[in-house]
Design a protein around this ligand. Structure first.
Ligand SMILES: *Cc1c(COP(=O)(O)O)cnc(C)c1O
Length: 367
């Protein structure tokens, strides 16, 4: 797909929109601000938040562009990735007509956002290695599919998606390919951001919620061709990223070595946890993970899930996700968290044994 054709992906009425001009976007710099009906005296808080934040998050975009070797025009900041996913669907997909394509099992927000917008979802199952079946994918592509969502490393399976398959899709699809890299910092793979020049229809989604440890701030980032970034900017809420979030993100970006340290430590905890899980009696399979979690197959996921909740250990039950029968998704925790998890699994095996023993005794008696 060529860059000049990107605009044809937008819904017709979106192309006609003039962006809302907020008070704070018309003038930048110092001055006496009497334009936005803010409280000029101060805030009911220790720190002053009486002024609207930068609607375009210029400072953060500059920093992220420099960090990733792209231009600020390639960057869109959102109130969590969830917001960005919704915006992208809304600028490209006409309700009751257009569709998105996903590979299952995967992150639920693509389907959720599409459904809310009355957009159909074409679902292709990942194969037994949780990789894309490329023939099936190509076969399923029709003119009404506007976006293909690829999550790599994939949630909930944890694996990277083969880059050659992704390239084939980007080359053969006349729509947008989103690669969701929420977990890329935990993998050894390079980000796809370096490829946005080569593939105008590629959008890379990242987030501050995982490796950066800033989930509560709600900040996600889309990297892509300026035409696509402009489209998102056209429909976004004027002040979609709060002043507090912007301030903390700027701080965080000045301290990237802290993120790297956290990632390094999470990888250590991950290796320990993997070993413990693989040796554990209740675990049938630990799927290979390029992320900060494991998909783990057990005998009875519903039962184990309930037991863990009773011990106040909360994991994600993925039993009903396609291809994930009797699987739990377990986030790598702190050393202490992981020890508590393993201890609970030990207790579960004892309880299980006791129940089986009681059952056997009962059946012996009744015989
Ligand atoms: C956690 C996660 C995100 C992050 O979403 P935010 O709204 O930015 O917190 C995005 N994609 C995937 C696949 C995730 O697992």
């Amino acid at each position: 797909m060529e860059a000049k054709d990107l605009k044809s992906l937008f819904r017709p009425h979106i192309v006609k929109i003039k962006s809302y001009s907020s008070a704070r976007s018309e003038y930048k710099g110092k001055g006496v601000f009497l334009d936005a009906n803010e409280n000029s005296l101060g805030s009911v808080a220790e720190i002053l938040y009486n002024r609207y934040p930068d609607p375009y998050q210029d400072e953060i975009k500059k920093m992220l562009a420099a960090l990733n070797g792209v231009k600020p025009e390639n960057v869109f900041i959102s109130n969590g990735s969830d917001e960005a996913i919704d915006y992208l669907i809304r600028i490209t997909c006409e309700p009751f007509r257009d569709k998105i394509l996903v590979f299952e099992p995967t992150f639920g927000m693509y389907e959720s956002s599409a459904t809310i917008n009355n957009i159909d979802i074409v679902k292709i199952p990942l194969n037994s290695q949780f990789q894309i079946n490329i023939e099936k994918a190509i076969e399923a592509i029709t003119d009404d599919i506007k976006i293909i969502f690829i999550c790599s490393p994939n949630n909930p399976t944890g694996n990277l998606i083969n880059s050659e398959d992704i390239r084939i899709l980007m080359n053969s699809f006349e729509g947008i390919v989103v690669i969701d890299e929420a977990y890329v910092d935990f993998s050894d793979a390079n980000s796809w951001i370096s490829q946005i020049e080569t593939y105008p229809n590629l959008m890379v989604l990242q987030t501050f919620s995982k490796a950066w440890g800033l989930a509560a701030l709600r900040v996600g980032v889309f990297y892509g061709h300026p035409t696509l970034i402009e489209g998102l900017t056209l429909i976004k809420q004027p002040y979609n990223v709060s002043g507090y979030s912007q301030k903390v993100i700027i701080e965080a970006l000045k301290n990237i070595e802290v993120k790297n340290r956290l990632v390094k430590e999470i990888k250590l905890r991950k290796a320990e946890l993997e070993e413990e899980l693989k040796l554990h009696k209740v675990v049938k399979k630990v799927y290979p993970s390029d992320a900060n979690f494991f998909l783990v197959k057990v005998e009875n996921a519903n039962d184990l899930y309930k037991f863990l909740v009773s011990k106040q250990i909360i994991v994600r039950n993925r039993h009903t996700a396609p291809g994930c029968e009797n699987c739990l998704r377990i986030t790598v925790g702190s050393k202490e968290d992981n020890q508590l998890l393993i201890k609970a699994l030990d207790e579960y095996t004892l309880v299980e044994k006791a129940i089986i023993k009681a059952d056997n005794e009962e059946s012996t008696l009744s015989r």
